[in-house]
Write a protein that binds this ligand. Structure first.
Ligand SMILES: Cc1ncc(COP(=O)(O)O)c(C=O)c1O
Length: 205
């Protein structure tokens, strides 16, 4: 099996895993498969376990800051993988991606502003938009019977006629699993620039 064993079944019951231990709370029964949550059942990389174990062995768990190596690992990865030179001061820490989207909504838009989402899409995009008093405008993906694609004409129509302040892009798109092509992304960027729309790109996957 090489370095990792993706065939090993790991029982997560009793570990506090929402996927198996919260079924009763969410669905009123616990004989279900947790297919609704994007949560893998593979063991984490040994390097990550080792680093966490090292930290846990230190007996004082006070407030932690992000060391320089934390920022270097992010800017270094972006430079090596994407030839993208990002400065330390251009990035910040957020306690979760959905929280980050909510912060961006609050910073870049006002109550009542429109925010474009492209359903079917990860449902918290709508929840954080509406939960913060903004209006979600749908630009649904187009299904041709086989594949989904982005409705770029629909996007331009909404940008032009409804004057949204923001668009939440999901790339790769959850669900449907599309990694948007360079051409599609360039068109989104062109339209966003033309109509003054801020694009928040969720690239967690
Ligand atoms: C597209 C997308 N964004 C964000 C998240 C969750 O991010 P976080 O738990 O960091 O808020 C998920 C989890 O499934 C997701 O699919």
């Amino acid at each position: 099996m090489g370095k990792y064993n993706f065939d090993q079944l790991i029982d997560r019951h009793g570990s506090g895993a929402m996927k198996v231990d919260s079924l009763n709370e969410f669905f009123g029964r616990d004989d279900l498969l947790g297919l609704w949550i994007a949560d893998m059942d593979f063991a984490v990389s040994p390097r990550i376990r080792e680093a966490l174990s090292r930290r846990i062995e230190h007996p004082v768990y006070g407030y932690a800051g992000a060391p320089q190596s934390y920022w270097d690992s992010i800017t270094g990865w972006l430079a090596r993988r994407h030839n993208w030179n990002v400065k330390r001061e251009e990035i910040t820490y957020i306690p979760g991606v959905v929280k980050g989207i909510a912060l961006a909504i609050n910073f870049f838009t006002q109550r009542g502003d429109k925010v474009v989402i492209q359903p079917p899409v990860y449902h918290p995009f709508r929840m954080v938009t509406e939960g913060n008093g903004r209006v979600a405008v749908n630009n649904p993906l187009i299904f041709d019977g086989n594949n989904y694609r982005m409705d770029l004409e629909g996007l331009e129509r909404i940008f032009r006629d409804e004057h949204p302040k923001m668009m939440i892009l999901c790339n790769p798109h959850n669900p449907v699993g599309i990694q948007w092509s360079v051409e599609v992304l360039q068109e989104v960027a062109r339209l966003a620039k033309k109509y003054g729309v801020t694009v928040v790109s969720d690239e967690i996957h």
